[in-house]
Design a protein around this ligand. Structure first.
Ligand code: FPP
Length: 245
């Protein structure tokens, strides 16, 4: 990758296409998820090597419960095994892990592993890795609104003092820079109820490459795409050029 290009601070990914990847190989969907997991591990490491500050991965959406029970069970097993096998190494690599989403829907075992991973890595200063599980962007906004309403009820906050920053401070990933690059693999051009609040100014990158095949060179294509974007935040191109001069 051209190192003179601007690099994103925070990348958010929808890892789509495991099932189709497996089908192309005449294998069951489980095979695709397993390959997807191996790829997730490689991409996390690649992001660490590129010194990104934060990476958020959509592992399981609130809509994914609608999949056949067998596939949901299989994904849960995979998450549990992945957590058990990977957390030690992630910790060695100074990765700080957090989970976002409504985790109470998961088994006690899985919830305990999530807490263990967060506790173990909470003081790490390397890549901040957020894993979205049973997550939905609308749920997140509703949840933040509820938290703010409680503060108003307790008299800690006046309604007229509520701003966008108030919401940003009460929503998942508060404290991280907003994602500046969003990547979706697998060909669909949708946000699918991911990080709705956070993606307001994010550069969007869609690729047909299926997640298990999204390797380091594909990541670099996305980073190069980002490097060439002009981020205007509502200003004109001339204003941006002036500011950067
Ligand atoms: C989308 O592919 C993938 C998922 C719903 C699960 C994501 C899980 C992984 C990448 C593996 C484990 C990750 C972690 C963080 C442990 P799909 O099944 O929707 O594929 P399709 O669109 O081709 O059917």
């Amino acid at each position: 990758m051209n190192s003179t290009l601007q690099q994103p601070r925070h990348v958010a990914i929808i890892m789509d296409g495991n099932g189709r990847w497996a089908r192309q190989k005449g294998k069951p969907r489980a095979f695709g998820h397993q390959a997807g997991f191996h790829n997730t591990r490689d991409i996390v490491e690649a992001c660490g090597r590129r010194q990104l500050e934060a990476l958020t991965l959509f592992a399981f959406s609130s809509e994914n419960w609608r999949r056949p029970a067998k596939e949901v069970g299989l994904l849960m097993d995979l998450f549990l095994r992945a957590l058990k096998s990977e957390v030690g190494k992630l910790n060695d690599n100074k990765v700080q892990i957090q989970f976002i989403g409504e985790r109470s829907a998961f088994s006690d075992k899985l919830q305990k592993q999530m807490i263990h991973a967060e506790e173990l890595t909470k003081n790490n200063q390397g890549l901040r890795l957020a894993i979205a599980v049973n997550y939905g962007g609308r749920w997140d906004i509703v949840n933040a609104t509820r938290l703010i309403a409680e503060q108003v009820k307790r008299g800690e906050l006046q309604p007229q003092d509520i701003t966008a920053d108030t919401l940003s401070g009460n929503i998942s990933l508060a404290g991280l820079p907003e994602p500046d690059l969003f990547i979706r693999t697998g060909g669909e051009k949708r946000i699918s109820n991911y990080l709705l609040w956070h993606l307001a100014y994010t550069e969007l990158y869609f690729t047909d490459v299926l997640w298990p095949s999204f390797d380091e060179s594909e990541l670099d294509k996305a980073l190069t795409f980002f490097g060439g974007r002009e981020r205007r935040y509502g200003r004109t191109g001339d204003q941006v050029a002036e500011k950067n001069a």
